[in-house]
Ligand binder design. Structure first.
Ligand SMILES: C[S@@+](CC[C@H](N)C(=O)[O-])C[C@H]1O[C@@H](n2cnc3c(N)ncnc32)[C@H](O)[C@@H]1O
Length: 278
């Protein structure tokens, strides 16, 4: 059995073909599909979906509101299925139709910098307007760092990060059950269902604009945003900032507190190891 919180993200390579069938019925019956629709329909401007999996949200975007749509996932087999699904949904997509946003999909970790092919235009406009992730924090090895990275990709003023996640409940009795079965589930499904999602968001430094919890507290519907300079004491005092890969500025003190080092200084191998733990 995998140790608590170990990296089980590779399971999606082997589970890709059965993934949709394994969640379809539960999502329909539990109302999760409705939440997917509601969040994806809020997407506007330059849109990034990370941990996009088999593209379970791709039918719900309002294309007229989107300037571009990019999908990122770590698993090649999941991305392949998402691309097939997209072509099935929009068979004429490769033909020039007015008001169709450019669409791209990339196989890579959302913890890594995005390729120029999708980020260039977005960089010019200052960052993503909308970033969506559904059921991603349970499957990735460093959830707080992933969210922090999303914060750096979002537009500093208008960027919103929409999350539909699952994790710990409001109730101890249910958390005990989740804890007991967590390793077995992670081993089979590639998902840690007992993560403390509120804590992860707090650790990431994102600011929560709204959060709803459903299903005894295990389902999290969240809108977050990057911390703005004006939100921080450093900001008020004119503290030092660091500019990230898409031109978003982050207070140096905040990043230092989160990753344990000065973001401007190259890390030694030892420091990299200590970073791995966060
Ligand atoms: C439970 S599935 C959810 C897929 C999809 N978002 C959905 O709602 O159905 C989790 C997905 O996260 C992907 N994933 C895990 N870690 C990742 C990372 N660091 N970067 C990008 N994708 C990741 C997995 O490959 C998998 O496709």
């Amino acid at each position: 059995m995998p140790a608590q919180d170990s990296d089980v993200s590779g399971r999606y390579n082997s589970n890709a073909r059965t993934f949709d069938n394994s969640v379809d019925f539960y999502e329909q019956f539990s109302g999760i599909r409705r939440w997917r629709k509601r969040l994806a329909r809020e997407a506007e401007g330059h849109v990034l979906e990370v941990s996009a999996g088999t593209g379970r949200n791709s039918d719900y975007y309002k294309h007229k509101k989107c300037k571009s749509l990019s999908f990122v996932d770590l698993s090649g087999p999941m991305v392949e299925l998402a691309e097939k699904k997209f072509k099935r949904l929009y068979p004429k997509y490769d033909q020039p139709v007015p008001q169709q946003p450019p669409v791209a999909s990339v196989t890579q970790s959302a913890l890594e910098p995005l390729p120029d092919s999708i980020i260039e235009e977005v960089t010019r406009s200052g960052g993503y307007d909308t970033i969506l992730q559904t059921m991603g924090l349970c499957s990735t090895p460093k959830p707080a760092r992933l969210l922090m990275h999303l914060g750096t990709l979002a537009h500093p003023e208008r960027g919103k990060i929409l999350l539909l996640e699952h994790g710990r409940s409001h109730y101890d009795w249910l958390n005990n059950i989740l804890d007991k079965m967590a390793s077995e589930r992670a081993d089979k499904q590639g998902c840690w269902w007992n993560r403390d999602i509120e804590q992860i968001i707090e650790d990431s430094g994102l600011v929560v604009e709204r959060m709803r919890r459903k299903h005894l507290g295990t389902l999290y519907i969240v809108e977050a945003r990057p911390k703005r300079h004006s939100d921080t004491a450093e900001g008020k005092d004119g503290g030092q900032e660091v500019i990230n890969e898409v031109g978003t500025s982050w207070p140096v003190a905040r990043i230092k507190a989160l990753i344990g080092r000065d973001p401007g200084v190259r890390t030694s191998e030892e420091e990299e190891k200590s970073l791995e733990k966060n």
